[in-house]
Design a protein around this ligand. Structure first.
Ligand code: G3P
Ligand code: MG
Length: 250
C-alpha cells in the first residue's frame, strides 16, 4: 500500500538547484512540488544535517568527512556555489531546519537515512528519534499524509529507526531486488520497497505489489520510462527532472 504522493523531487530540487539545500526546496516549490526526497547524516556532534556524500568537496566547499565537523561548523559551509554562482552562500542545512521549511510549506518528506560508514546504528536511531519528536503531533493525529517516510540502504539503520520510532513508517532501499528481499522487508516491518528503476522489470514490480508493499523507484528522469514504470504498478518515484516531469505527471 502506498498512501503518499507519487512524484517526488529528488534531493530537494532535482538537477535544477544545488542538492539537499533550502534553495532546492524553493526550486521544487516553484515547479509545483509538494513532496521531496532528501538525505540525512550525522555531524561529529551527532546532530543530523542534510547531505548526500559523507565527505566534503563535491557539493560543499572544504575537505575531510562530514563527521570531522560539528553541525555548527557545517551550517556555515557553502553548499551552493559548486552548482552556480547565484547559489553562493547557500549552506548545509540542519535536518531540523530543513524539516521546518518543509512543514511550513506543506511539503511531504521521504527522509533517506544516509549513514557514513560505521555510523549506521547511531544515525538510524538519532534521525528517527528526532523525526518522532518533530512529528509528534502528526503521529498523535494519525495524519498519514503528513507523516514522513524513513528509508535507507542500511538495514542496521532501519532496525535502529524501528526501535527508536516504531510508529514512523519505514521503506527498505535496495539497488536491485535480490533473493531474500522479502525477509529483510518483513524483519524491518517496511511499508514499501524503494529501488533503482534501472534494474527493475515488470515481474519484480508485480511481486512487490503482490506481497503488499508500496513500490517506489529512484531516480526517474525520462518521461517515457516513467510511464512504463507506472504501467507496471510502480506507485511513486523521485526525479531530478522536475522541469520535465511535474507533480501531476501520474
Ligand atoms: O532515496 C532514493 C535515492 O535518493 C537513493 O540514491 O544516492 O540519490 O541518495 P541517492
Ligand atoms: Mg537519496
Amino acid at each position: 500500500m502506498w498512501n503518499y504522493p507519487d512524484i517526488l523531487a529528488h534531493r530537494g530540487g532535482g538537477k535544477l538547484a544545488p542538492e539537499n539545500t533550502i534553495a532546492g526546496l524553493r526550486c521544487g516549490l516553484e515547479h509545483g512540488f509538494r513532496a521531496v526526497e532528501f538525505d540525512v547524516m550525522l555531524a561529529r556532534d551527532g546532530v543530523p544535517v542534510v547531505m548526500h556524500d559523507p565527505y566534503l568537496g563535491r557539493t560543499v566547499a572544504g575537505a575531510g568527512n562530514v563527521f570531522d565537523y560539528d553541525a555548527a561548523e557545517l551550517v556555515t559551509m557553502d553548499a551552493g556555489n559548486w552548482f552556480g554562482a547565484r547559489f553562493k552562500g547557500e549552506t548545509v542545512p540542519l535536518f531540523t531546519a530543513f524539516v521546518q521549511f518543509c512543514k511550513d510549506h506543506g511539503i511531504w518528506m521521504n527522509i533517506e537515512i544516509k549513514p557514513a560508514p560505521g555510523f549506521e546504528e547511531e544515525t538510524g536511531r538519532v534521525v528517527a528519534s528526532l523525526a518522532r519528536a518533530l512529528f509528534g503531533l502528526e503521529i498523535a493525529r494519525d495524519d498519514a499524509r503528513r507523516i514522513p517516510l524513513l528509508s535507507s540502504f542500511s538495514p542496521v539503520a532501519l532496525a535502529a529507526a524501528m526501535q527508536a520510532a516504531p510508529d514512523l513508517p519505514r521503506a527498505l532501499l535496495l539497488e536491485r531486488l535480490e533473493e531474500g528481499w522479502q525477509d529483510q522487508a518483513r524483519a524491518l516491518q517496511a511499508v514499501a520497497i524503494h529501488t533503482s528503476h534501472k534494474h527493475l522489470d515488470e515481474a519484480q514490480a508485480r511481486a512487490v505489489k503482490d506481497a503488499g508493499y508500496g513500490l517506489f523507484c529512484y531516480t526517474v528522469n525520462d518521461p517515457a520510462r516513467a510511464r512504463t514504470l507506472l504501467g507496471w504498478g510502480v506507485d511513486a518515484f523521485c526525479t531530478d527532472r522536475i522541469d520535465l516531469i511535474g507533480p501531476d505527471f501520474a
